[in-house]
Design a protein around this ligand. Structure first.
Ligand code: WT7
Length: 659
């Protein structure tokens, strides 16, 4: 491990939970001991939070590892657990979703309303010939119908494959074809950045190449003109006229619930398969534990899109299985103005907010005056997910959104893990800014070296998961070999050499600090090798962002004849900072020295470019691949998954002029 890595351990600030939250927390410190004493019994207790129509016989069948079966022999219905049981318990009038459209239109759905819509959609899908085991593609904006469509599939045992509404026709086509989806559920369009953005033409283009699709169900959201074929059915004419009576049938605990394709900025996307009982158990438990969700009093808001796993687990299945009241927002954070998020928090008196570091850094860039203009006093807990959160961004979030008081839970997990794995517990953990801290109760994670040996405190290496967990992926759809190769062949039994246990390779670099707490360092392919030293892109980015003049930064390793790789940084200066001409040159020099001082001379970037924006995927991940193309003077690769492709022109012109 490099000295540079050791330097990030200088982050020593620590924030204990607020006393009142700690005293009333859903999950207290004893959960760790209980789970350590008997991990399977612990998960069986969490499975018991759900309603099963038939009790399981065995908690875990690992005899065909790494293909797991959880709660073997148990039967349940996911939609029943998310809806019917709350309605049956007399909570039908409780608000499930406060929906806010981007243009400012609103809808309120109670549990009874969402139950009715889901039952109607289940009947309509059945009418269209969908039966248990069939795949249904969902390509919708962030409207309540998206949740109802997913739940309707779950209700009838159809496996949904949600495709993010920002994806192109090609991406949609590949995903429909890979899963042979029979039905596509879409809309005419949705609102993004202040205007209607069409979806139906993309579906038309995809469906033309997908013979497996028999029917397309179309929600009318924007009222845009749409082309129409005999496969098309309006949602309001099909679903909303269907019977609201539907009895949920139970399915085997291992029945396929959904396929979700990993965002994949490079290779062919993988269809990650999740099943029923184990997935819902862990999605539900982690919502209860990590967000300390109190369904009677909390208003929860996860700002993710339903097209990502965060939306699956922490908008649909986790919150609804717990009977939460939540906010769902259709649009972008700066439409019609940069205070939109805070306006929504204020309006619905949101108590729990779960968002992503990229958004937090964007808010930092816009300035703290914006959140300061709203009443955020309802908030009591803040969460972060999606990438490592720089200590600066963590502190800003706590300070300017959390009144300097609220716990921030930095939650590490993946599409593949299905639910949160490494995170503080808000009522227990003394959180350190930038650290996901420790595996949750029932999870066994570690940091290992190249040989798969557990590293001592202070050491760095790869994050691995050493025991199976209920919401783990079951395979890559249609490709067991890729499942084995990608996740299980790096360490442990699957690596050969018969070293015994199966070890899941997450693909993330990580380190343990002197207290044994876990710090995520980004994807392993985001680790640079400079003169034989491992330096993580995240660390250098953190160092840059800790400089008062920098709002956001991205770092890549570019091939270098002398050092192997050299560090090239792209930095967005804060709004008020002078960055042209000589002032810019001076800032670049200051920043190089600042990084050298913070992380050590080895981490000093060879080159820093001041840029107005960074290239991001629609899920907010920085596309380092494109920055590497720029840094190595190559022509750009595929830019189709970029949120805004014009960004690259700005950056490339800065590169040629600004050396
Ligand atoms: C990758 C998974 C998990 C839902 C959203 C992303 C990175 C995620 C954190 C975190 C550091 C994080 C990892 C992981 N990641 N959360 N709290 N700290 N890194 O799902 O698209 O499957 O991406 O996101 O690199 O492997 P995904």
């Amino acid at each position: 491990m490099s000295e540079a890595l050791a330097n990030l351990l200088n982050e020593t600030r620590q924030f204990p939970p607020p006393a009142e939250l700690a005293a009333n927390a859903n999950v207290k410190a004893d959960a760790y001991d209980e789970a350590a004493a008997d991990r399977l019994a612990f998960w069986e207790r969490q499975a018991g939070r759900l309603t099963w129509s038939q009790q399981w016989e065995q908690a875990l069948d690992w005899s065909n590892a790494p293909f797991a079966k959880w709660f073997v022999g148990g039967r349940l219905n996911v939609a029943y657990n998310c809806l019917d049981r709350h309605v049956e318990a007399g909570r039908g009038d409780k608000v499930a979703i406060h929906w806010e459209g981007e243009p400012g239109d609103t809808r309120t759905l109670t549990y009874a309303d969402l139950h009715k819509l889901t039952c109607q959609a289940a009947n309509a899908l059945t009418e269209l010939g969908v039966t248990a085991g069939d795949r249904v593609a969902i390509y919708l904006p962030m409207i309540p119908e998206a949740a109802a469509a997913m739940l309707a599939c779950a209700r009838i045992g159809a496996t949904h494959s949600v495709v993010f509404g920002g994806f192109s026709a090609d991406a949609l086509t590949n995903r429909i074809q890979d899963a042979s989806a029979k039905v596509v559920i879409t809309a005419d369009g949705g609102y993004r950045r202040g205007k209607p953005s069409a979806l139906k033409p993309t579906v038309d283009e995809a469906v033309a190449k997908c013979p497996s699709v028999d029917h397309v169900l179309v929600v009318r959201r924007t009222g845009q003109e749409v082309a129409w074929s005999e496969k098309d059915h309006w949602w309001h004419e099909t679903v909303e006229t269907a019977s609201p009576e539907h009895t949920a049938e139970s399915f085997d605990s291992e029945h396929p619930l959904f396929i979700l394709y990993t965002s994949g900025t490079t290779a062919r996307p993988k269809g990650i398969l999740h099943t029923t009982g184990g997935y819902l158990t862990q999605a539900s438990y982690t919502t209860h534990a990590v967000f300390d969700l109190k369904p009677e009093s909390d208003v929860y808001w996860c700002t993710a899109d339903i097209g990502w796993v965060t939306g699956h687990s922490y908008i649909v299945y986790g919150p609804l299985s717990n009977g939460a009241t939540q906010v769902m927002y259709e649009g972008t954070p700066d439409t019609p103005h940069k205070g939109r998020f805070w306006e929504i928090v204020d309006k619905y008196q949101v108590t729990i907010l779960y968002t992503a570091p990229t958004l937090i850094r964007t808010m930092m860039k816009w300035g703290e005056d914006i959140p300061a203009g709203y009443d955020l006093s309802s908030l009591r807990l803040l969460g972060s997910v999606g990438e490592p959160i720089n200590p600066e961004a963590w502190i800003w979030y706590r300070q300017h959104v959390g009144r300097g008081e609220l716990p921030v839970v930095d939650t590490w997990w993946q599409t593949e893990t299905g639910a949160i794995m490494v995170s503080p517990l808000p009522g227990v953990t003394e959180a350190k800014p930038g650290s996901a801290m420790a595996p949750l109760p029932g999870i066994v994670a570690d940091v290992v070296d190249d040989q798969g040996q557990s590293v001592p405190n202070g050491g760095g290496g790869y994050l691995v998961l050493k025991e199976p967990w209920p919401s783990m992926l079951r395979t890559v759809w249609g490709d067991d070999n890729r499942f084995l190769e990608t996740y299980w062949s790096r360490f442990g039994a699957g690596a050969g050499g018969g070293s015994g246990d199966w070890v899941y390779f997450a693909g993330d670099g990580a380190k343990k600090d002197d207290d044994g707490h876990i710090w995520l360092l980004g994807r392993v392919d985001d680790v640079m090798l400079v003169s034989g030293h491992n330096i993580s892109t995240t660390e250098v980015e953190s160092a840059l962002v800790s400089h008062p003049s920098v709002a956001e930064a991205a770092v890549v390793g570019a091939t270098d004849p002398t050092t192997g790789q050299a560090i090239v940084a792209f930095a967005i200066p804060r709004g008020s900072v002078e960055s042209g001409g000589e002032a810019g040159e001076q800032l670049i020099a200051d920043l190089r020295n600042h990084v050298a001082k913070t992380l050590g001379p080895i981490a000093k970037p060879r080159q820093i470019l001041l840029v107005p924006e960074l290239p991001k995927t629609r899920s907010g991940k920085i596309m380092r691949r494109l920055l590497r193309d720029v840094a190595e003077n190559r022509s750009l690769g595929d830019v189709t998954t970029l949120q805004d492709s014009s960004v690259m022109d700005l950056i490339a012109s800065g590169m040629s002029g600004g050396k």
